[in-house]
Ligand binder design. Structure first.
Ligand code: AMP
Length: 436
């Protein structure tokens, strides 16, 4: 991430926050921080175009925490006055962590609200009193409707990764949540892309917003080296194993389009002797959290994820991202490769592209306004993974080895039929949404 010549000191931040920033090792503001923080301090609404990895979280967290601390007398604290809506539980956790780092310095309390876990513990935390709430829209609306959260004092509303929230079908929840807010509040919308839907949402929820844009949606992260390998669909798994071994990659985030595809690939990598695990919205929250923690600790090499699950993952210095399937929505390519090359690190984003996906590749290249270099692997065609099929096919082999009455020859084990991957069903929000 490119930082600016502006210093944090010049942004008018309080000493407690400056020391929090220093302890995180941030030396100067990123462009979104340098541009957005003054606008937020001025008090106006903000429409910010910034993708993940640009430092956008601190861009809204720092001024909000400071203004809450300065404008609210102690006796009025512990009522939610800032609400950050995010698309996924993972992003909620990441934003809440960052928010807490600053909030604690100014004796403010932040909490996280998301679905997929029991509501009771959240009710109790809200009851004990919080200043800042980071939430996924579905569960937050549940609380609002049950009356377990009082949104009438909200001064700041942040819509983080608003484009993703719309992709996940949260539009109705967002609008309903907005009805619970007081008429006068400051609204900040962050989005990596500006679709017509985002414009409509901004028109409804923001009042004459200032626009700040640091990375146009068509730009991919600067520090990411991108490459395309053209490969038959049936040989993608083999090529992935080959690339991981040949290059000695130890921390790879691999994207598949479907949950089924993620599980299948994980199983196949394990057969190839490459430690891997999958993360998708069918997995329970505790398993997702644990899997991510283990990946961060380097306990396995490959994390296979779907777009929905990966949204909001903050994995420091993630060196490699592989698009095992190209995304159906070209913007997702930008989100995916935003997972590498973060915070000034170099990253590599590889796409394995089959003949059938060339049309998707063309749409991506149009969006990012560049042609992604094609690479070939001279040694790959001869390469054959010594795949252990024994365990998988042992049962089949046993069955086939039993001579049938009419059979004379002993049956030879056959490869298990590979079920073709189907694209993700167009589920709309019901199938994909996991945070309510
Ligand atoms: P975000 O876009 O908020 O997800 O931030 C991406 C990453 O950048 C996170 O790992 C932050 O800790 C890091 N970061 C945020 N602000 C800065 C800064 N000013 N200098 C260096 N790293 C930063």
């Amino acid at each position: 991430m490119k930082n600016t010549d502006i210093s944090f000191d010049s942004l008018g931040l309080r000493p407690e926050l400056l020391s929090a920033i220093a302890s995180l090792g941030y030396t100067s503001p990123t462009p979104i921080q340098a541009e957005a923080i003054p606008v937020i301090f001025e008090g106006g609404d903000l429409l910010a175009g910034a993708q993940t990895g640009t430092g956008k979280t601190a861009a809204f967290a720092l001024p909000i925490v400071q203004m809450l601390a300065e404008t609210t007398p102690a006796e009025k604290r512990r009522k939610p006055r800032a609400l950050v809506l995010v698309p996924t539980r993972e992003l909620a956790a990441q934003v809440s962590d960052e928010m807490n780092r600053y909030a604690r310095r100014l004796s403010l309390r932040s909490t996280m609200i998301y679905g997929g876990v029991t509501i009771q513990a959240q009710i109790e935390r809200l009851h004990r009193g919080v200043d800042i709430v980071v939430a996924t829209p579905g569960r937050l609306l549940d609380h609002a409707e049950r009356g377990t959260i009082d949104l009438s004092r909200i001064k700041f509303l942040v819509l983080d990764e608003a484009d993703r929230m719309l992709d996940l079908g949260f539009i109705d929840e967002i609008k309903k949540v907005a009805e619970y807010l007081p008429a006068k509040h400051q609204a900040l919308l962050f989005s990596a892309t500006y679709s017509q839907n985002i414009k409509q949402l901004a028109d409804q929820l923001l009042d004459q917003p200032k626009r700040v844009e640091v990375a146009r949606r068509t730009l991919t992260a600067e520090a990411v080296t991108q490459a395309v390998y053209q490969v038959e669909k049936s040989r993608k798994r083999e090529m992935l194993s080959f690339l991981i071994r040949k290059n000695g990659w130890n921390q790879v985030l691999v994207f598949t389009r479907t949950r089924y595809g993620a599980d299948k690939l994980t199983e196949e990598l394990l057969f190839d002797g490459i430690k891997a695990a999958a993360i998708h919205s069918n997995k329970s929250q505790s398993i997702r959290t644990r899997t991510l923690a283990e990946f961060k600790q380097g306990l396995f090499r490959v994390l296979v994820a779907t777009d929905v699950a990966a949204r909001g993952l903050d994995i420091e210095r993630l060196p490699h991202v592989v698009n095992y399937d190209l995304p159906q929505v070209p913007e997702d390519y930008v989100h995916r490769i935003g997972r590498t090359g973060r915070a000034g690190e170099e990253g590599i984003a590889i796409s394995l592209v089959s003949q059938e996906e060339l049309i998707l590749l063309a749409a991506i290249e149009k969006l990012v306004k560049q042609s992604i270099p094609r690479q070939s692997l001279a040694e790959f065609p001869q390469y054959a993974v010594r795949r252990t099929v024994k365990a998988k096919e042992g049962k089949l082999a046993k069955e086939q080895a039993k001579p049938k009455k009419t059979e004379v020859k002993a049956a030879t084990p056959k490869r298990k039929k590979v079920v073709p991957e189907r694209p993700a069903p167009k589920t709309g929000r019901r199938g994909q949404r996991s945070s309510r």
